[in-house]
Design a protein around this ligand. Sequence first.
Ligand SMILES: Nc1ncnc2c1ncn2[C@@H]1O[C@H](COP(=O)(O)OP(=O)(O)OP(=O)(O)O)[C@@H](O)[C@H]1O
Length: 953
Amino acid sequence: MPKFNFRERREFGDQFVQFLKDTGREAVSSREALRTIYNVEFRTRNDTKTPNFSSILFTLGQSGRAEVRGDFVRFGKVGAAHAAPSCLSAPRADEVAPRAAPACRDTDQLGLYAHIQPAPSALRAEFIGGKHGVEILSEHDRGNGRIRFPVTPNEPATVSIWVQNNGAEEVTLLGYRALRKQREFTFHDESKVTRQQPRVLQPGDSYSIEARCLTQHYGYYPVTVLFEFTKEQDGPFSIGRFVSAVANSRLAEELGPTAPYRPYQANLRKTVTFITEDGVPPDSSQHPELKQLIPLGFYNYPKDLITSGWHWPCRKSLAAELQFENYQEKFQLLLHLEELQMEVDIRRYDMQDVPMVKDTQNKRLLILEVPGVAENRPSVLRGDHLFVTRSEQRTLPQLVQYKGYVHAVELERVKLGFSPNLLASFVNNLKFDVIFTFNRLPLRVQHRAVELAKKRNLGEALGGLFDRNLETNQEQYDAVQQIVTGMSRPAPYIIFGPPGTGKTVTMVEAIKQVRDSHVLACAPSNSASDLLCQRLLKHLDKGSIYRINASSRDYRQVPEEIKVRPCCNWDDAQQCHVYPSKEKLQHYRVIITTLVTAGRLVTAQFPDGHFSHVFIDECGHAVEPECLVAIAGILTTMDRETNTNGGQLVLAGDPKQLGPILRSPLAIEHGLEVSLLERLMKHNSLYQKGAESYDPQFVTKLLRNYRSHAALLEIPNQEFYDGELQECADRLISYSYCTWEELPTQGFPIIFHGVSGEDQREGNSPSFFNTLEVEALVTYLKKLLQSQGKRGRSRISPKEIGIISPYRKQVEKIRQAITKKDGDLMKLPDIKELKVGSVEEFQGQERRVLLISTVRSCTEYLSMDEDFKLGFLKNPKRFNVAITRAKALLIIVGNPTVLSKDPHWNTFLRYCTAKGGYTGYPYAEESPEEDALLEELNSLHLGSRFPHMETGF
Ligand SMILES: Nc1ncnc2c1ncn2[C@@H]1O[C@H](COP(=O)(O)OP(=O)(O)OP(=O)(O)O)[C@@H](O)[C@H]1O
């Protein structure tokens, strides 16, 4: 190997950068493209010997002349050596709670916060940096201390790592070792260097060490290697490298990142004055039949909420216990705080210099590509708006900003209606800077709801916030009878219990039985509202049910059953969801909406007493003001003297399943995370357990599980339900996979398939994906769907299978694999009915077979910051929901090492292993020796702690 010292390599690097500029290619940022230019053009210009590409790139990185992240390279000064990529400045990690999540439902949760990577700390630079002239080099250098090479299962792959002394004095190599053992890796060197048998490296010497990887499984195998040295006057020192081998299947390769991950860049916009020109909204939002009689205020937060730093009087209001007196004030403040956080968060999606083109089908619309919109990043729905300014005018002190209304969202692009002025001067590919906004409507209807609650004196309907002296009725009725007779009024009736115990079924039965009624049935998400509608359709005359979708809802996501028996507000002629007049709506016995869309009924001002019942399913999943949207202005409170016909509120849910989704850590800290259901059950004596049971006048606890095989209930029962849950499922279904040939152990219908995958990200999406897990899922799906009806097993159709993944990006990749990449699966006629979604989208749902891909995997270990890596897999409620959706078979695909760091997942993993359900990548619990890794790192004289160093950049 030719010997070049650091200075020489840097000079060659500088020449190469100049060469790129001279040939007009300074903007090339793909590492592989640059390597080709270097090898094919630059190196062959003359006969001079040159260092290899990896080593000059490494040197440019070291000297602060290039930023290298995976395949992405940017030349130019990046500040000090090892400068951090310009990571986001806001929101800071400590500004958002790890458990917090965006307010938009049915979206990926953690992914949103996953971008908040700790900056690549100086400690990492210190760990990987060359010292005393000693460098570690490899052909497979990927920058930032990473050496990564491909491997094929069952074929050993070997790469050389060079230890090179570019200094002026001799140094001694004392040895090298993997910090965390990785059984796939072995290391070899000619002299078998050890402390007892060290190797002296004279100035200019190189010494080669071979890293060899052999694996039987597809996977990502990372190992952190420490090279230890000593030098006469300077004493001992060490240099680290993150070595990894990757065995990818073809599918995994195809699904890999489409663009290098670019984390959010702080926006550099200066303060300018904007003149706004309004755009053209889509038709349906202009002339609805349903008149808007109660105006909806804007409820903007007071501007001084930011400037005064919400010290006083906010803190006092927040700290105060919730009373009916402060009900409105406290909830409105919490909603303002939540909105402030949403404003901070949405900024990361802003774009600069993006072209728009005219829509060829509708010349009045412009098309904007928005990468990430398909996965709700940013969440953009029909009727929402955004602002654009002309990029070339960016530096002007006064700017015209054009408001564009979203007419349609199609995959990665949106169609926008702008002012005629902009259209008149528009030419295709004109570039714009884009500022996204979020829809404030959900916040506004919640503000109005808490205001109405106060005005209409709903204190008692909200569970007797201050008057708890309600007469109790000791008679034992079952839940349905209680609801039918309305005995709990004015207090709400609560149905609660573990998953699959029939809460929704009980609610549907009660709705069926309440005669002479007008019912509003709601749930927080579209999917749970659809479920209510689907179940009601089985029992009620379809002419008596009406499902109102928000005008922004994508019709393609409405379940077929609701479309086929048209009982929803889709208008074929207008091709949009419409709001019929109040008079028409009053004829329906049951109206079903999401909680937020119920606000539209409030605005329409139905006559007092029109709605006799409000049923809210999955109530624990909504913040209290959100529940209130479907109550305040809808139900009148029953009063024994003045209004005996007052309405009945029925809430169903499980406080152990998913709670409300919030962004603001302040709002969470001060109670917005506590749902109405949870607050009533925790703090209201009516709903507390008496000596033996709950008072059936107000509450029913359901404990018989009609959904799942006993093996599936074991862990949730033990971890969350004190063993009270009883197995009552129909065994024809729940035992239907007990003899499936793919089960590691017959009779135990759970497969825990260990995959040593890799966390990946692409483009500007902070969400993670893991293509090796997709590969494993696809293999199981084929086995399930292709070999049907064997060994007494009933046939299964795609609609009886569900796949859950906590990350939006993984959901997208799985869908792609099933419907576009895998030739066998995409051919299946009903494959589109196989639901793939986040845990949120599966709350309340069930499938005969359920697969879960947990995504997060080991990356470069330097610390064991498992908290960060696990992210929202760590949330017990999410864990509980995910593993309780299956009736007969549950398959988990994930990394056991990572999952075992969470107590619940670890219990589950141990359980599966003990029962013989574990398969895939061989996994053994970590030895205490491995757990001592952190201590060892801390003893390397590289600083006192190693937080967050494992994350890839
Ligand atoms: N009394 C019953 N007899 C037989 N099957 C029942 C009974 N009650 C409910 N089921 C069935 O049990 C399953 C779960 O019911 P349901 O969805 O209502 O439960 P849930 O408590 O709402 O669940 P989750 O908490 O997951 O939302 C459904 O398949 C339902 O048909």
